[in-house]
Write a protein that binds this ligand. Sequence first.
Ligand code: PMP
Length: 376
Amino acid sequence: MIDSARAAGRIRIADLVSPGIAAIRPYEPGRPIDEVERELGIKGVIKLASNENPLGPSPRALEALSQELGKLSLYPDGACYYLRRALAAQLKVEEVEIALGNGSNELLDLLVRAFCTPEHEVLAPSHTFVCYRLAAQMHGVGYREIPRGPDFSYSVDAFLAAVTPRTRILFLANPDNPTGVYLGEAELLRLVRELPPQVILAVDEAYREYVRAPDYADLLARRCERELLVLLRTFSKIYGLAGVRCGYAIAPREVVSYLDRVRNPFNVSMPAQVAARAAIGDTAHVERSQRLNAAGMAQLQAGLERLGVRYIPSQANFLLIDVAPREGQEVFLALLRRAVIVRPLGGYRLPHHLRVTVGTAEENHQFLTELEAVLG
Ligand code: PMP
């Protein structure tokens, strides 16, 4: 029936979606190793494209998961009781101040879904993590970018100047993806205090465990300074659990109660709950990952300096590098053919940049060797 109507030209699927949905450019994830090996018929591909942990998952998480796999026929605990309790104890917050999500990605989407209407707008710095924009677009909410200072630096004055009566959420990745820049404590606290009180300040701390800057703010300890402060965190990075999809928000209990209303009933899988809960206690894995990242970051920086390739100093587990005058996409493809996957950033309107994740010492070496060959 529909097919015949379509054949007769009466239904245009594009007419069935809102202009906002039609305008969405889907998220482009890093290319998976298997896919690249299949496509190019090569082996030994390394992936430095999705800011994953090169040490793999927390061994404690793997052990806990293996014990629970027999329960895969059961629905997970929709309230994430044990994980919530473990997080609350670790963070010294109330259990009702934690919202759990299918990755922190889901939580930023839920924030927009719960708190924004088409009359509102979402703000975020230019060139930042694209999922903030996607979340706004998906819900028909306006999205406005805030300009940055030199070398992609954040400017609190620019944030404050951007706010209008329509502004409902300001997303701030700290440190930022894909630039790796961060906002130091003094300026961040100024933002916490001076941002108008009706704006939700959502600080995305996905990479917080990698930060080495001494003036990185512990916002958890500063929650009393602002009511509408939401911290977003994830198990995908330092805990090495990107595959299970688990993230959380720390927020006022009432905010959490609204996020709860708009989420799907079983949004966090059983493996995610089990692995995340075990990973929290695995401080040895976190410390190993931090040490590996610090050493790898130094190795990459030294190598890039030797090659004369400009990069933005980063507090995270990746580096934004500038391959101008070459096109990022072209260098990305050349590296791909040499078995190294990095991230091109055309979608971030950074056509001459690439983002490279810090890998193991061998992976970093391989990347630098191939980059040198590609840049000639
Ligand atoms: N925030 C930032 C800044 C990120 O870079 C990412 C992952 N790329 C996420 C959130 C989402 O992470 P996840 O959904 O895996 O928790």
